[in-house]
Design a protein around this ligand. Sequence first.
Ligand code: ANZ
Length: 956
Amino acid sequence: MALALQWQLHLPLPLPLQARPPALAAARRRQRGLLAPARRVPPLRARCCAGDAAAAEAGKAQAAARRAYPYDEIEPRWQRHWEEHRTFRTPDIGEGLDTSKPKCYILDMFPYPSGAGLHVGHPLGYTATDILSRFKRMKGFNVLHPMGWDAFGLPAEQYAIETGTHPKITTERNIERFRTQLKSLGFSYDWDREISTTEPAYYKWTQWIFLQLLKRGLAYQAEVPVNWCPALGTVLANEEVVDGVSERGGYPVIRKPMRQWMLRITSYADRLLEDLNDLNWPESIKEMQRNWIGRSKGAELVFSAVDKEGHDLGATLFVYTTRPDTIFGATYLVVAPEHVLLSSLTSEEQRAHVEEYRELAARKSELERTDLQKEKTGVFSGSYAKNPATGEIIPIWVADYVLGSYGTGAIMAVPAHDSRDHEFAVKYELPIIKVVSPPNGSCDPAEAYADDGIMINSSSTSSGLDINGMLSQDAAKEVIAWVESNGFGKKKVNYKLRDWLFARQRYWGEPFPVSYLDDTNEMVPLSEDELPLTLPELDDFTPTGTGEPPLTKATNWVSTIDPLSGKPARRETSTMPQWAGSCWYYLRFMDPKNSGILVDKAKERYWGPVDIYVGGAEHSVLHLLYARFWHKVLYDMGVVSTKEPFKCLINQGLILGEVEYTAYRDSEGRWVSADSDSSLNDCYQEKVPADKVTKVGDHYVLRDDPNVRLNARAYKMSKSRGNVINPDDVVSEYGADSLRLYEMFMGPLRDSKTWSTGGIEGVHRFLGRTWRLIVGPPLPDGSYNDGTMTTEDEPTLDQLRVLHKCIAKVTEEIDETRFNTAISAMMEFVNAAYKWETQPKSVTESFVLLLSPFAPHLAEELWFRLGHPQSLAYEQFPEAKSEYLEESKLVLPVQINGKTRGTILVDKSCSEDDVFQIAASDEKLSKYLAGKGIRKRIYVPGRILNVILDQQKAKT
Ligand code: ANZ
């Protein structure tokens, strides 16, 4: 996804860094080891200079000494093996796929291949889906686990503008890098299904879908406001505008109407809302989608425009309200500055004011206009309307807190019961009439009362409508019935969801397969057999300065002949937005090479829908909504067989940079504890390395001076903070299996987590211990024996119990996507196995299979050494046997005369006599029982043994 790494988390900023203390003081502190090195120390390999061979050798030796097992030999070997054997290729239907087996389609949100390469945030979700894919394969499922590239978009185009490098070249280079990086992590993708949204063979079908939308009336053109930057001479995407100015250069941006392609997603609003109910998605994401769709119920009311004297002007204003019950309190109307009737409603006296106001409003974003904190502004239009309920003549105003794009773009203002209207009415001295009384009778007269209540001041003999005394909700129904029978309006459902602005004035996107006849300007679609319409080559990507897209510069491409009429025509020069390609890519993975149809029906019926979809929460609204919309259109067309594309959705959490410790000093250079009363704003800040810090209770202090408390905080990884961890470095220092295991061990998949180098060393050591447990210790020269240390011994009951407990736990935790606790269970197994005298082969084999989804390279190597020439990727995942899961022994509390005196370990099958004998011979309990007469024994099997002593005898 284009924004995959633009994390949305807003983290608190650190205290502003003070002017640095004199260099000498800093140097002194550096000597004392308190100042952290300016930047993270690069990994061993990177630290060696090219020419410094001796240092390189030393570095290698150091790395080898730190490496807990030879991952650097094992991992490339198995990656080669998988590639050569196409181990993870999923055969097609009719090509050997056994469709009697259950299927599981496991999908990652495909990345935007940015120039920065992979970030450690990427492998978090990718490792999770890889574990699930490997697990499901071993559980007998046919698994579809593909990868591709969402490669159209702004950064490549901006880079092209700056450097002249064609976006295609940059994109290919970036894809190459991403692919290599992903392969180095051992992910089990079926690389034969790789797709890129920028390939004509792919976007042919994006264009095809557009033509279907056009045929169904779901694509249309409209004049809509865009972000126009006069200084840059270009239209900007929303993300390129920051606080009303261009992100690049800081030039003012205004809203300017432009002809644009729109998609009628609003026709699907109800279905997009209702079908959410059946999805296994996080509730929070469903709620975000519901809010975005924003369904509200109310009425559309009709007000006729009149002049000052009440003469009909022949114009009708429709307003949308969710509170028809408050109609008697409507003391004025407001239209949006962009309302089509505004001009005709404006009187000559007011025209100059209204025009000026309209221009001012055009410079504001919708966000700014709807900001409740901003002061409301507006201008009287000079016209009036008749309130159908009261018969009163009320003024019509224009104000930008009413949006042209919502409802009807006009409202009836009820200042007594709507806070925005109230603020406006107070400012412009418009009448405020209370029509709802709170059920308990009291409310603040200086504010709008927005809740339901009992209707007052709500009857009119002239209109015949009387709702006084009714509850708001009943009154609303009554008003709707009244307006419907008197021709003053109707019941109405409204949505916040708008139609989707589906065009960008950019080069690097899918061309629209339409053109316009030169003579009539009529729009003509390309016929389907002419697809794909390929993007023309272009050398100059700079904006045209007129707002026309860069594609206008491809003059030969733009001029065409409409094949149907033979008339000269001009091609559409805007391109599709970045979202287009990612709306349907999951379908193409099912049948990526089909040139005759978007997806083969049988393949779609087998693989659809996606069973598990994993990605960042930043895509929880738009990407998912757009993809669901297209999917529903394709469903209506019979192209897909399911109503929804993604059955289960998981959002992985954010990985924050390593915790940073900050210490404070006053101007004299003395430490100031972070919890001291004096203001830290006046202090110098110092970053303290982790080895100089210790934890006391739940806070951090200087190891050398525990009275000095430090601030500890993890920040979002960013180049400017210098806290970015590059997965390549981790792979070269610890191996891919360690990175995978660490990312899963950091904490629950869905939570935010902080990176810790100490943590990765921990899991690396665990893998090393596993390696040595099975292969044996290193030989004096550092190499290892071939084969393993396992024996052909029959496993003992205890060994089988430890193994099956681990199988049960790992299976359950993978099923529940709790990978961190699955890893803990494997660590417990290894600890237990180190205590065994022998490692029976059958137990080791099962454990290696358990480990394989998490650390596949190491597991394959061990499996091979255990005597299996084939990859373990399709071996059966071990099954936990219940007979080994039940603990046969239990800890039984023993009470003597009602007081618990100790516990004994007994076999579950023990009889009462046996249990009593064990208690009597227990060292601690025997002193209470020895020589005492027993009056009664109460034994509740599995729960308790209670012994009542014979008091008489006890005394003697
Ligand atoms: C009269 C009224 C009285 C309203 C009252 C509210 C409270 P939701 O729930 O978001 O759909 N409204 C309608 N169109 C608007 C527009 N284009 N721009 C700004 N505001 C608009 O909100 C619907 C309510 O928002 C409508 O109900 C209308 O104000 C306002 F006591 O009408 B109400």
